[in-house]
Design a protein around this ligand. Structure first.
Ligand code: DCM
Ligand code: DCM
Ligand code: DCM
Ligand code: ZN
Ligand code: ZN
Length: 269
């Protein structure tokens, strides 16, 4: 996701976490602001370009070598390379944060990585190998040229929200939080089943999130295969199908990030 997507996920989580979890994050990240998680949510996207940060580049995705739109699946042994992937990164940074919590030591980077990667794992093209996660597919959104990956990361969210900054994300998150928390919200019932994971098996948790997200590559990202969209304008039916997927993925990522942080910090959700 781009800046707005990552900040939206962080704001949704901020609206759902326990007070104790929020206090812990503020302490570790050295920021007492209510925007603390949104402020660090895109840090990993700049860190990967910093000197010494290149090792983390493959941690932003898992290149599932499946066959969309005919079959979609993620296989850890097939798809997570020796350099690591988003599933192994979530496993490792969860462990690092747990060890530091147990020891009472402050380790901000693993928390910043978790906030970012629990967002990215919910972007369908971060769980897909085809066309380098869609980066090699050219499309148009309202006449502007994008690659398919960036359209899902950024263009659709800009079109939904009308903005590109953290204030936009705050407003977007408020609407999605209401859809989760209001008894009549579109996610009120479904969202209760979005988090069933345990810290005893972070691999199973991350694989579930990746597998569920990757399934949208077959149904919403490449529903008629890549040739049906290469060089095409996506602002019609394609966008209509994409919007509810993007919004649900923002909401799911926020719910799961909140529950994961609550488990880490307080041992319960
Ligand atoms: N897993 C998976 N695909 C694989 C390997 C593992 O989905 N190729 C998931 C399912 C298991 C979890 O990871 O619940 C733990 O796997 P393992 O027993 O291999 O550590
Ligand atoms: N990306 C991906 N899968 C790949 C390669 C890249 O999900 N196999 C993502 C990472 C960035 C975006 O695509 O969000 C652009 O990647 P880069 O900046 O590495 O070109
Ligand atoms: N917004 C949204 N979804 C909508 C309408 C608005 O997410 N359907 C968010 C993004 C906007 C912010 O609310 O930046 C402010 O919207 P408005 O100008 O409608 O108050
Ligand atoms: Zn991306
Ligand atoms: Zn990323």
């Amino acid at each position: 996701w781009g800046t707005v997507g990552h900040a939206t996920v962080a704001y949704i989580a901020t609206g759902l976490i326990k007070n104790e979890t929020a206090a812990y994050c503020k302490k570790v990240l050295g920021d007492q602001s209510a925007n603390v998680l949104a402020s660090i949510a895109s840090w990993a996207d700049s860190y990967r370009y910093e000197a010494g940060g290149g090792f983390s580049t493959p941690f932003h995705w898992i290149d599932a070598i499946d066959n969309p739109p005919y079959s979609c699946d993620v296989d850890y042994d097939r798809d997570c390379t020796d350099a690591g992937c988003i599933v192994s990164a979530i496993m490792n940074y969860t462990t690092i944060q747990r060890v530091n919590i147990a020891a009472g030591t402050i380790e901000p980077d693993s928390l910043k990585f978790l906030v970012h990667f629990l967002g990215d794992i919910h972007q369908p093209l971060h769980d897909e190998n085809y066309g380098a996660g869609g980066n090699n597919i050219t499309v148009y959104v309202d006449g502007s040229k994008w690659n398919l990956h960036a359209a899902w990361d950024t263009a659709f969210i800009t079109k939904i929200t009308g903005g590109t900054n953290i204030t936009t994300a705050k407003a977007f998150s408020t609407r999605l939080l209401a859809s989760i928390q209001s008894p009549t919200g579109v996610y009120a019932t479904a969202s209760k089943k979005w988090f069933r994971s345990s810290l005893k098996d972070p691999k199973a948790a991350a694989m579930k999130w990746a597998t569920e997200t990757n399934n949208y590559v077959c149904t919403a990202v490449l529903p008629q295969g890549p040739l049906a969209i290469e060089g095409k304008e996506l602002n019609g039916t394609y966008y209509q199908v994409a919007v509810p997927v993007v919004e649900e993925q923002m909401a799911k990522a926020g719910v799961r990030l909140a529950a994961w942080l609550d488990l880490l910090v307080t041992g319960s959700t």
